[in-house]
Design a protein around this ligand. Structure first.
Ligand code: IDP
Ligand code: MG
Length: 139
């Protein structure tokens, strides 16, 4: 069993897709074991996306991620990091496979509806960024 961090981004929360997106995870063997809605501050978003701070889209990404609330979640399942990335689809929705969340819901390469950790190591770091140990359901 693995755990990974998922974020339902502002574009999807604004359009009322929270339930549909969580349903996709559940249908694909990913179980939410912690969930919270939060309106990220600028420093929250800058810290979370610090690896991208030299990228040309960093300022725009931070402003997008802070414009309205997001849903942060810990997803648990077999091979959860990779499975979540598969269910999400490619970063650019124009390149995302049929049936993926980004194909179905994303607006464009920036407003692409979901975040997912890209490795087990980053998953642990990102989960700890948002949740304390006692906030995660241990079955
Ligand atoms: P990922 O979310 O698929 O892992 P990353 O390359 O880690 O993609 O980029 C983080 C986020 O930054 C993306 O999900 C998207 O919101 C935004 N982003 C990535 N590339 C671009 C771009 O070329 N233009 C605008 N925003 C981008
Ligand atoms: Mg990434």
């Amino acid at each position: 069993m693995e755990r990974t961090l998922s974020i339902i981004k502002p574009d999807a929360v604004e359009r009322n897709f929270v339930g549909k997106i969580i349903g996709k995870f559940e249908e694909n063997g990913l179980r939410p074991v912690a969930i919270r809605m939060v309106h990220l501050s600028q420093s929250d978003a800058e810290g979370f996306y610090a690896v991208h701070k030299e990228r040309p889209f960093f300022g725009s990404l931070v402003s997008f991620m802070t414009r309205s609330p997001v849903v942060v979640m810990v997803l648990e399942g077999e091979d959860a990091v990779k499975r979540n990335r598969e269910v999400m689809g490619a970063t650019n929705p124009e390149e995302a496979a049929d049936g993926t969340i980004r194909k179905e819901f994303a607006k464009n390469i920036e407003e692409n509806s979901v975040h997912g950790s890209d490795s087990l190591e980053n998953a642990a770091i990102e989960i700890a960024y948002f949740f304390s140990a006692t906030e995660v359901y241990n079955r």
